[in-house]
Design a protein around this ligand. Structure first.
Ligand code: MN
Length: 202
């Protein structure tokens, strides 16, 4: 089965003014679509063709670089769209918030560390909140389209929150102001989905 571009659960305009509709449209229909097309081309006729995207990421060292770049691109963007939604300034609650408070130094410290992970990632990449193998939370970043599921990643874990810090994710609206984009990101996080992923990873 070839991979497919997932449909968004909301309109391209839904995240305005924090993430503008034009950026959303190009990001989803052009950038993500290209990762899917190129991933399918890279896997065609190979043994990996029938594997899940999670399984491919977990064994990425066995695949060609085109699979790492485009498979990472497909996994990362699929996760990213799922954790976005207009949240009206919402925050996590329940077990996830308890874990943020006890393991990451509280809400403000977590936000600061996450923003820093994204802001200090040189060039292109992603900021992550992950559940590590020992079931504790960690904040980190990866370069390019790598992710913490990948066996080659410096930071290992199950991602539950992601922020795309490639320029294509923010340049039309924010130009070079990546920190402004990262601050706006907190207004469009779907915490129900992040919590669901947290509990699934536990
Ligand atoms: Mn992107």
């Amino acid at each position: 089965m070839a991979f497919e571009l997932p449909k968004l659960a909301y309109e391209y305009t839904a995240l305005e003014p924090h993430i503008d509709a034009r950026t959303m449209e190009i990001h989803h229909s052009k950038h993500h679509n290209a990762y899917v097309t190129n991933l399918n081309a890279a896997l065609a006729g190979t043994e990996g063709e029938n594997n899940s995207i999670e399984d491919i990421c977990k064994n990425i060292s066995k695949y060609a670089m085109a699979v790492r770049n485009n498979g990472g691109g497909h996994y990362n963007h699929s996760l990213f769209w799922s954790i976005l939604a207009p949240n009206k300034g919402g925050m996590p609650s329940g077990k996830l918030m308890d874990a943020i408070n006890t393991q990451l130094g509280g809400w403000e410290k977590f936000k600061e560390d996450f923003n820093k992970a994204g802001a200090t990632r040189f060039g292109s990449g992603w900021a992550w909140l992950c559940v590590k193998a020992d079931k504790t939370l960690c904040v980190c970043s990866t370069p390019n389209q790598d992710n913490p599921l990948m066996d080659i990643a410096e930071c290992q874990g199950t991602p539950i929150l992601a922020c795309d810090v490639w320029e294509h994710a923010y340049y039309l609206h924010y130009q070079n102001r990546r920190p402004d984009y990262m601050n706006a990101f907190w207004n469009v996080i779907n915490w129900d989905e992040v919590s669901r992923r947290y509990e699934a990873a536990m």
